[in-house]
Design a protein around this ligand. Structure first.
Ligand SMILES: Nc1ncnc2c1ncn2[C@@H]1O[C@H](COP(=O)(O)OP(=O)(O)OP(=O)(O)O)[C@@H](O)[C@H]1O
Ligand code: SF4
Ligand SMILES: [Mg+2]
Length: 402
């Protein structure tokens, strides 16, 4: 690969060299993905735990851009248990959406590619490794088994088609045996299920004739029309005001119980996570830094980044002059260091933090963290230096004193 100049800019020649090298790599991936008549045995796998709906295992998803390789997801592992909600949190650009788009195989191709790792998807009697599933087979899984509710309903619904036709399309695609009338009947049921009255009338409308909350309900109806086993909700309520947000979250929770699905809920909003999730995964710069039950993460946050996130959320009844913000910024994803990615922002770092990236260690049956402060051999040092409590970043309390 071409060398970067000291000023951080690339010359046209260097950029051309990078794109030539990228094309070589991505062509290989694309060829594999577009193959036809791939035997199922190539992408069959075994779930490590049959109680899980999805298992992400050391997933690496990169974007091969003309400026270099963006390691958006760099070794992510976590599970989504059946019938449970897993909240994924982290600041903007940390790889939450790319993780979920990898599961849907909806990455921006050809530059976006899953380069290694497994995503095991439980189909009941068998399991598929999504990283190996070819394009043709993936079309049957999307919508039927895994479905996605996007953040912005106005850009996700097609402005030139009527609502009914757009929901019909999803149902017809996955139920080829149904007649047009039967498909419309299912569409009306799906629209009624998300709490919209006058479903027949709504079917004849265009997206711009509906309010933001109604459009988001239509997106949910579309996503849930085929009763998928896994629902990915990527910031499903960010574009809505708080009252509509509460209604949509209630709706999502009820529908999930009704069709017995699992939810992977991606959001910046810790309040939404606290209300909805059973488990929480905290991501930072393309990696999972901490995961556990909602109780573990909200009441016993262990990673300095999680502690910082908890301290930056407003708490009713706690008076603060200024909300806490984590100092510094995320390292450049094209040039990631090999030490802990938070090191330059972390004021409780210890001597070993200058070494390799810390491995994930379990601090209880349900709670894991990637931080040297929890390594047995450095625990005493962390306590002696006063770096084992919530005093980092100048916080004294946070989520623990709610
Ligand atoms: N098509 C793309 N080409 C190049 N880089 C990309 C592309 N899509 C995403 N990335 C990079 O991948 C990283 C992760 O992006 P991602 O969209 O997953 O972040 P996120 O955690 O979902 O952020 P947000 O909370 O803002 O939605 C970012 O650094 C982003 O710049
Ligand atoms: S490993 Fe070190 S630098 Fe990284 S979060 Fe833990 S204490 Fe901070
Ligand atoms: Mg996102």
């Amino acid at each position: 690969m071409a060398k970067h100049r000291d000023d951080g800019y690339l010359s046209a020649r260097e950029s051309r060299q990078i794109s030539r090298a990228n094309r070589k790599i991505t062509n290989e991936f694309e060829k594999r993905w577009k193959r036809k008549n791939v035997p199922e045995s190539e992408y069959l796998t075994e779930m490590h735990d049959k109680a899980n709906a999805v298992e992400f295992d050391d997933l690496h998803t990169y974007f091969f851009t003309d400026s270099g390789t963006v390691k958006s997801v760099d070794g992510v592992s976590f599970e989504v248990p059946r019938g449970k909600t897993v909240g994924v949190v982290g600041e903007s650009g940390c790889g939450k959406s790319v993780t979920s788009l990898s599961l849907m195989q909806l990455l921006q191709r050809p530059q976006g590619q899953i380069v290694s790792g497994e995503i095991r998807l439980n189909l009941g009697d068998k399991a598929y490794d999504i990283t190996k599933v070819p394009q043709m087979a993936m079309q049957d899984l999307r919508g039927n088994v895994v479905s996605m509710i996007f953040q912005e309903p106005m850009t996700s619904l097609n402005p030139v088609f009527r609502i009914g036709d757009q929901v019909d399309e999803v149902i017809a695609l996955h139920n080829k045996e149904l007649s047009a009338q039967e498909v419309r009947k299912r569409t009306i049921e799906a629209i009624q299920m998300v709490g919209i009255a006058n479903a027949e009338g709504i079917c004849e409308m265009f997206p711009h004739e509906l309010s933001g909350g109604m459009r988001q309900r239509i997106m949910i109806a579309q996503a849930l029309a085929c009763e998928p086993a896994i629902i990915i909700a990527d910031e499903p309520t960010t574009a809505l005001d708080v009252t509509i947000q509460a209604q949509i979250l209630d709706l999502l929770r009820n529908l999930k119980d009704k069709i017995n699905s699992s939810i992977m809920l991606i959001t910046h909003d810790l309040g939404v996570i606290a209300e909805m999730a059973d488990y929480v995964v905290v991501m930072y710069a393309g990696r999972v830094v901490e995961r556990g039950t909602v109780e573990d993460i909200f009441h016993h946050p262990a990673h300095p980044y999680t502690i910082g996130l908890m301290a930056s959320k407003p708490v009713v009844g706690r008076e603060v002059k200024e909300l806490f913000s984590i100092p510094g910024k995320v390292p450049n994803p094209i040039n990631m260091p090999n030490y802990c990615y938070l090191r330059d922002r972390c004021d409780r770092r210890l001597a070993p933090c200058d070494g390799d990236y810390p491995c994930e260690i379990a601090i209880s049956d349900t709670h894991t963290v990637s931080c040297y402060r929890f390594y047995e051999e450095y625990r005493a040092q962390a306590v002696a230096d006063g770096k084992d409590d919530m005093s980092a970043f100048g916080i004294t309390g946070g989520a623990q004193d709610e």
